[in-house]
Design a protein around this ligand. Sequence first.
Ligand SMILES: Cc1ncc(COP(=O)(O)O)c(C=O)c1O
Length: 284
Amino acid sequence: VMLKMDYFMPTLSFKDRGAAVLIAHCTSIGVDRVVQDSSGNAGNAVAAYCARAGIACEIFVPEGTSPKKIDMIRAHGATCTVVPGSRDHCAEVCREKVEREGVYYANHVYNPFFYEGTKTYLYEVYEQLGRLPRHLVIPVGNGTLFLGVMHALDELLAAGCIEKAPQIIALQSEGCDPLLRAAEQGLSVPAAVTPRPTLAEGIAIGRPMRGKEILGYAARYGVRFVHAPEQDILRERAYLAERGVYCEHTTAANLAAYRNYCARFGEAEDCLITMCGAGLKSDH
Ligand SMILES: Cc1ncc(COP(=O)(O)O)c(C=O)c1O
């Protein structure tokens, strides 16, 4: 089992990959003000790259977002508006502002430039190992990493760099699993769920806007969805910390899901698990 330390980024999560490309695009078309909704990490990344680019930025986050993430967003000079209610409601409030004021929606879920950035996750793995591992563990909320990886797989296959796609192990929270349920029921759109509280705040997306696209890729590549058992998250976080890896609660869920996968489907050899959020970000 290998861990890829993907929180070794300026804002301590993999979202920098997408934000760097998206905000470079905003600069190139002369955008001077953006808004964005986020569970925290994408907002952090967009706020940081906007600060660097001199673009005014407002981030909407749902209530309950880790205070450290909010502090970081504000430290980058962005306005951070905390919206009562769920993550999905927070997105609705942000989109109302976009429609009302016509401000640029620098959104990691809708904007295709973001995926050009998250795609680099898999390119980098290929470059670093000179191959792809047989199994990849990928967390899925809105699926920005998942879709980036899928786009990269399409391209690596088309370019003849790889002959066969790895087994993708996609994980969702037990408290919020619309894609896992849809995959199990053979649906092409996310199942209707009422999100329950989870320590894995980064993947608590009840209505993933690109759900149909995610499920389409999942069917095409034989992706297996598994839960990250809620009761295992704290234990796995401590397990990793004792070995020198201090990750976010949402990221400890990746290891919890890996073990769940092995228990259900057998040992997943040659497996790469992404460590995509740093521990200090979800400390309260
Ligand atoms: C640490 C961490 N892991 C995984 C995810 C899931 O990313 P996505 O919602 O794009 O699937 C997020 C999203 O914010 C996150 O912050």
